[in-house]
Design a protein around this ligand. Sequence first.
Ligand code: SF4
Length: 292
Amino acid sequence: MMPDYTQPLYRPPSEARSLIFQITHGCSHNDCTFCGMYLHKPFRLKPLHQVLEEIRRIPADIVPRVRRIFLADGDAVIYPQERLLAILDALNAKFPTVQRISAYVGRKAMATKTPAEWGQLRQRKLSLLYFGLESANDQVTDLMNKGRDADFTRQQAITLQEQGIALSVMVILGGGGQRLSREHALDTARWATAVNPRYLSLLTLFLRRKQDFFDSLEPPTLGSLLDEAQLLIENIDGKNIIFRANHISNLVTLSGTLPRDRDRLLQEIARHREQLGRQGRLDEVPEFYEEF
Ligand code: SF4
C-alpha cells in the first residue's frame, strides 16, 4: 500500500518521480503575508509510528525502483532530530537503492538544528533542501513576514552546504513591488554570490489567497519585472549556479548556468523587453492569478 496523503500536497516540479512521504502536515511558519498554501491546513507532525508503518508497507515490487524520496509538507525537516533520524534510518533500510532524499526547509527548521545535526541527516542521504528565500532584502522579507533576516539565512545556507547538503533556492520576482525592486534584486544577488547555491530559481509574485499583501504593494509591471530579473542576473557572481525561471508564473522562461550563460540570459530578457515595448505593454500590470 502507498503512503497516506492529506491534501493539499505540494512538491517541487523536480520531485515528480520521487516517492513522497508526508511526515508533517502544513507549514511550521504558515504566516507569510503572501502565501495561502496551507491556509486551511494547520501544522502538525505525523506521529513517528505512523510514518514508520507507511514505510514498512510499501509493496516489495516498488522498492527496487525507488531512487528519490521527498519528505513533505512545507518544512518537514523541522521534525525533531531523534525521530527524523529514525525515519531516515527506516528509509535507508527499506530502500537500499535510494540515491537522494530531499525536503523543503524553512527558516524555523534552519534555526532548530546544529551543524552536526545537519551532518547526521546528510549521512543518511538527505542531500537536497528546497529553500524559499524569496528575497535577501530585509525590508521585503519583513513585508512578507518571513521571520528571519538575510544574515541569518546566509549563515544557515552556508552551514548546510558545508555539511554536504545542496540547496535549491527560490526567489520571488516582484516580491517588493516596484518600490523595493532594486534593493530586492541587488541584495538577493549578493546573497546568492556569497552562498553559491547549486540551484537558483525565480518565481513571479502571484496571488495565493492573501489579497491584502498585494494591495499593500506598488504593483510590478511587465517592464519592472524584466528590469528586476536583469539586475539580479547581472549581479550574481557565483560559480556554476544552475539557474531557472521556468515556473508557470514567469513572464519569460530562462534556463542556464551562471555565470557562464549570463550574456545569453540577458539577451533573452532584452528580446522580450523589445517585443513587449513594440506591443506597448511594458507598463502593463500583469494579472496575478489565483492558483487554487
Ligand atoms: S511561503 Fe513557505 S514558509 Fe511561508 S507560509 Fe508559505 S509554505 Fe510556509
